[in-house]
Every structure is written in structure tokens, then in C-alpha cells.
Write a protein that binds this ligand. Structure first.
Ligand code: AMP
Length: 191
């Protein structure tokens, strides 16, 4: 199995590249952000609870997203592998993911970290907000809160995966196809 964590700040291009990697390596794409937005759209209890947290640019509680991931892993036990997009975002989530995969006798193969500077992230997110209508992409204050959450709670995961010798940094600026090619090359190296 190939299990990838696609990592990076909001606006780094995780969604775009996760979709391409999923197609290329025949993986199951798991995006906690997409799952939460779908809960909001369906107006579920979970969605309603998550909405105000997401619109404040904060992280939803660990147990909520870990539960969602557990369901997805259990439902796709025959998968060729997984690509995790926007998860894990805290050390508690990373530890839970390792434990879940261990139960299924597998593990994370590589953490691919898309590196993009803050001013470029802000530019991209405001642009995306205009097209997608995503509330958390349209307001500069919410974007700043998300980047702050990333720096405080999520960026430390770089050291978590470095300690496991799974961290791999990729420059996330340039043509989408060039970035994709660099990601594929890194995955090919560990196959
Ligand atoms: P994303 O689409 O990955 O940018 O996520 C949008 C929002 O969903 C984030 O700003 C968080 O509020 C929430 N979210 C998504 N994934 C997670 C996660 N793994 N842990 C906590 N909150 C999350």
C-alpha cells in the first residue's frame, strides 16, 4: 500500500495535487475539509457544529475528524492506498492516524509538504474565494486565523514526520504540472 499525507498551509494546492496523485497512483482520496463541507451542505448536526468553527478559521475538535477518518479507512479496506489531504493537522491526529493504520497492518509511506510563502497563500485564497464562494476564503481575517492555526498547531507535524524519516518538502510555487511531476518522482523513489 502507498499511504501519503499531503501537507501544507491553506492555499498551498493540496486539493489540486491530491486529486492528480489519487488518479495517478489509484489511491483513495480523503479530505477532511471536503467531508466537513459536505456535512454542512447536508445540514447535519455535525455540520452545524463545525460550521461556526470553520468560519472562525479554527480547527474542529480532533475527535470529530479522527472519527471521520476511521470510518473512511474502515470502509475502504481493499484500497490500493490512501492520500490524506488536510489531515492530520495536530499531533493528536497524527498519532491517531498511525494507530489506525497499524490496526490495518499498514503505515504512512511519505509526508509530502507543499511549501508556499504566506503572501502568496493570501493572494491565492482571496482569488479562490471569489470563484468558490467559500466563506473562509473570502475574508482576510479568517484567512489570517487559518494561517495562524497552521503555524501553531499543524506546522509542528513537520518534526513529527521528520523523526520518522518520512518528511519530504516540495516547492509549491510554479506550474501545477511541474509540481505534480516533482511529487510523483518523490513517491516513485519509495516504491
Ligand atoms: P480545508 O478544506 O482542508 O482547508 O479545511 C477547511 C476547514 O475545515 C479548516 O479551516 C478547519 O476548520 C476544518 N478542518 C479540515 N480538516 C481539519 C482537520 N484535520 N482538523 C481540524 N479541522 C479541520
Amino acid at each position: 500500500m502507498i499511504n501519503l499525507v499531503l501537507f501544507g498551509p491553506p492555499g498551498a494546492g493540496k486539493g489540486t495535487q491530491a486529486f492528480k496523485l489519487k488518479e495517478h497512483f489509484n489511491l483513495v482520496h480523503i479530505s477532511t475539509g471536503d467531508m466537513l463541507r459536505s456535512e454542512i451542505k447536508s445540514e447535519t448536526k455535525l455540520g452545524m457544529e463545525a460550521q461556526s468553527i470553520m468560519n472562525a478559521g479554527k480547527l474542529v475538535p480532533d475527535e470529530v475528524v479522527i472519527g471521520m477518518i476511521e470510518n473512511q479507512i474502515n470502509e475502504n479496506s481493499n484500497a490500493n492506498g490512501f492520500i490524506f489531504d488536510g489531515f492530520p493537522r495536530t499531533t493528536v491526529q497524527a498519532e491517531a492516524l498511525d494507530a489506525l493504520l497499524k490496526k490495518h497492518k499498514t503505515s504512512i509511506s511519505l509526508m509530502l509538504s507543499l511549501e508556499v510563502e504566506d503572501d502568496e497563500l493570501l493572494r491565492r485564497l482571496l482569488l479562490r474565494g471569489k470563484d468558490s464562494g467559500r466563506a473562509d476564503d473570502m475574508d482576510q481575517q479568517i484567512i489570517s486565523a487559518r494561517i495562524q492555526e497552521y503555524n501553531n498547531k499543524t506546522a509542528p507535524l513537520i518534526n513529527y514526520y521528520k523523526a520518522q524519516e518520512k518528511y519530504c518538502a516540495i516547492r509549491g510555487i510554479g506550474a501545477i504540472e511541474d509540481i505534480f511531476l516533482n511529487l510523483v518522482l518523490e513517491v516513485e523513489r519509495i516504491k
